[in-house]
Design a protein around this ligand. Structure first.
Ligand code: MRU
Length: 366
């Protein structure tokens, strides 16, 4: 998407053929910084410490991490070691394992001398594929927005609530939850987005709001606890979120707080949709509550908030007493029964084993 009139993806290969460049998301919305990374520990840090984040982007970054390793040492041992190192950076988003498995599947049969070039090629293809998947999610989600818009008075916006950042910054481009929104804006359909701030790391306030502002999407930032109230008052027409892992049964794991939004939506008859590219489906898992590992992050993310001070410094401030401990589960699971539909690249699926199997017949068997 565009930043200051230039088109950017969130990640691209370095010109030297041995590195990758990323938008370093830690500084947004205050500062737009690009980092070049040319070693595996650097890639692991970028994923773990969330210089890049969002399930699809984590996967693509890991794929480039494998490629960087292959440029240095293309041996089987190095391939297995980079798989392990990057796999343990973040446990919940399945795209990470998907991308690492895919890279190893492609590289393992190749002679050592061909592995580095093949790895950069495949990482680039995975990045391109992500853009295509999101574009198709956009088309399929746009049909839903259009249907809601058709029931409104001319000029009245479709009010959409979103949680966390499932925007272009969480993917290579377009985003999953945001792709239908961007297409709606392109087509001139009036939309208005309620952006959950998404504590503790404020991906909504810092990233989604920055995206919406940058692309001229009318939006309003709300605290995480406001969504239920707005739904009770009829001010939300639909919810669209992303997902870090969706099970073969249609249970949706996403940023902490998503479940509460789904409960409120269900109670108020507000449709609750999930933008779901197929690499985010974990076909090996049925019950999301029991089987998905939930990342536990540092309590410091709860006890402190980052922001820009009046003097222009980007800094963190403590919001709780120094002696108060904090728990920080980073994701939760929304049971399939609370999900209206899964917007995939192939169409909108019912959140159920049958629904997913109908769209992905080649993958549906356990
Ligand atoms: O902890 P994060 O910022 O990586 O979490 C991101 C999310 O939860 C997104 O909603 C999810 O990855 C979907 S991204 C298209």
């Amino acid at each position: 998407m565009k930043v200051a009139d230039r088109h950017y993806r969130t990640i691209w290969p370095g010109e030297d053929g041995r590195s990758v460049e990323i938008i370093d998301q830690r500084w947004l919305p205050h500062d737009f910084r690009i980092e070049r990374i040319d070693n595996v520990p650097g890639i692991a840090t970028a994923i773990r410490d969330m210089w890049v984040r969002g399930a699809p982007l984590i996967g693509v970054t890991a794929a480039y991490g494998v490629a960087i390793q292959m440029a240095d040492d293309p041996s089987d041992e190095a391939l297995d070691a980079v798989w392990e190192t990057l796999h343990e950076t973040r446990p919940t988003a399945i795209n990470l394992r998907w991308a690492l498995d895919e890279m190893r599947r492609v590289l393992r049969p190749l002679p050592l001398g061909q592995r580095a070039a093949a790895a950069f090629r495949r990482a680039g293809e995975i990045a391109d594929e992500d853009v295509g998947l999101n574009r198709n999610i956009g088309v399929n989600g746009l049909a839903i927005i259009k249907e809601i818009a058709a029931g409104k008075k001319p000029g009245e916006p479709v009010n959409i609530l979103t949680h966390c950042n499932a925007g272009w910054l969480a993917t290579v481009d377009y985003g999953t939850a945001t792709a239908p929104i961007y297409l709606a804006v392109e087509e001139g359909i009036p939309v208005h987005v309620y952006v959950d701030e998404t504590r503790p790391r404020n991906q909504g306030a810092q990233l989604t709001a920055w995206e919406m502002a940058g692309h001229g999407v009318p939006h309003t930032l709300i605290v995480d606890n406001a969504g239920g109230h707005l739904m009770q008052r009829g001010e939300i027409d639909m919810v669209i979120v992303g997902t870090d892992r969706t099970t073969a049964n249609g249970d949706v794991c996403n940023k902490i707080g998503t479940y509460l939004k789904a409960l409120a939506a269900h109670d108020n008859g507000v449709p609750f949709y999930v933008g779901l590219p197929s690499p985010t489906i974990d076909w090996t898992v049925g019950d999301g509550l029991k089987e998905i590992p939930i990342e536990q992050r540092s309590g410091d993310e709860v006890s402190f908030v980052w922001g820009k001070t009046a003097s222009g410094e980007i800094a963190q401030v403590r919001v709780s007493p120094e002696t108060t401990g904090a728990a920080n589960p980073a994701f939760d699971v929304t049971p399939a029964r609370l999900v209206t539909g899964l917007i995939t690249e192939r169409g909108v699926a019912k959140a159920s084993r049958e629904g997913l199997r109908a769209l992905f017949p080649e993958r549906g068997r356990r």
